[in-house]
Ligand binder design. Structure first.
Ligand code: PRE
Length: 281
């Protein structure tokens, strides 16, 4: 049976490109067929996998310019059974698309908030007076153009071709090497891979030096931390959950020891997975 992959739609999103790249990887490496299941939001793509309506969701987690996609981290924390099976990084090249060729007539720019954030310097320099309006995805933004002749949208060259919208400018992202990392989310627990993602909450997070001990556990064992991020617990102001990504495998004794020790210092500890990553050119 084909593997079903939920992702943010509709057709032409960067998330669809990431899900297709993972599907092609499955075909090549595991001789599995795949089908794409576009969803109206990242939250609904994650719900689809949480409710077992699909096998996996492929969702963005971090962009090199704009940083973390909060809904992905928050959902991983809330739905404790969901696991990360693989990471996948794709280059992101944004274009400015419109049926109106004269920038002087443009009053509105539609796009996904992440894409607007990744082009904020370009927008400030070239369209300083326009109103920026959030759309559910970069391709949903293109649909809004039909109703508004004074609008443009930020999306990909691929989406421009699919929806037949002229490209006014290409490569408008604020850094040329812009890329977004996606996660493949499902229920399987991998026991090896190059990276481990986890998160923990502390009984009292708002006291001096409270993070020193948990971080020292990794430093003492020369375990490299690639990422640390805090998100609010949503219970009260100033209380945080700490997300960590580290290099290593759950098979390694020093990692097992570190995680056992970490447990003693945390109120809740979730291990989201041990996984390898794919990089798409
Ligand atoms: O709107 C899209 O096309 C998406 O796939 C979403 C998304 C994101 O949420 O980060 C994916 C990649 C890019 O960073 C910009 C937008």
């Amino acid at each position: 049976m084909a593997i079903s992959l939920a992702h943010l739609g509709p057709v032409g999103t960067y998330s669809e490109s990431a899900a297709s790249a993972y599907g092609e990887w499955l075909e090549t490496n595991q001789q599995q067929k795949f089908i794409l299941c576009p969803q109206p939001s990242i939250a609904l793509a994650l719900s689809a996998v949480a409710q077992k309506k699909v096998n996996y969701a492929v969702v963005p987690v971090e962009n090199s310019i704009e940083g973390t996609v909060n809904i992905t981290l928050d959902t991983l924390w809330q739905k404790k059974d969901l696991k990360i099976l693989r990471g996948l990084t794709i280059p992101i090249v944004h274009s400015l698309l419109s049926y109106n060729e004269d920038l002087a007539n443009i009053k509105t720019v539609y796009s996904h908030p992440q894409a607007l954030g990744q082009c904020q310097e370009w927008l400030a320099n070239n369209l300083p007076q326009v109103q920026l309006i959030a759309a559910n995805s970069t391709t949903e933004a293109l649909k809004l153009l039909k109703e508004d002749p004074t609008a443009c949208a930020i999306s990909s060259a691929r989406a421009a071709e699919i929806y037949h919208v002229p490209i006014l400018y290409s490569g408008i992202n604020d850094r040329p090497d812009n890329c977004t990392r996606f996660l493949v989310i499902g229920f399987e627990t991998n026991k090896f891979g190059s990276h481990i993602s986890l998160a923990f909450g502390l009984e009292k997070s708002n006291v001096p030096g409270v993070l020193v001990k948990p971080l020292q556990i990794f430093a003492e064992r020369e375990i490299n931390l690639c990422k640390i991020e805090s998100r609010p617990t949503k219970r009260s102001l100033g209380e945080y959950i700490f997300f960590i990504e580290l290099e290593g495998s759950l098979q390694e004794p020093k990692i097992q020891e570190a995680l056992a020790e970490l447990k003693q210092y945390t109120e809740v500890l979730s291990i989201f997975g041990n996984y390898d990553s794919i990089s798409v050119e």
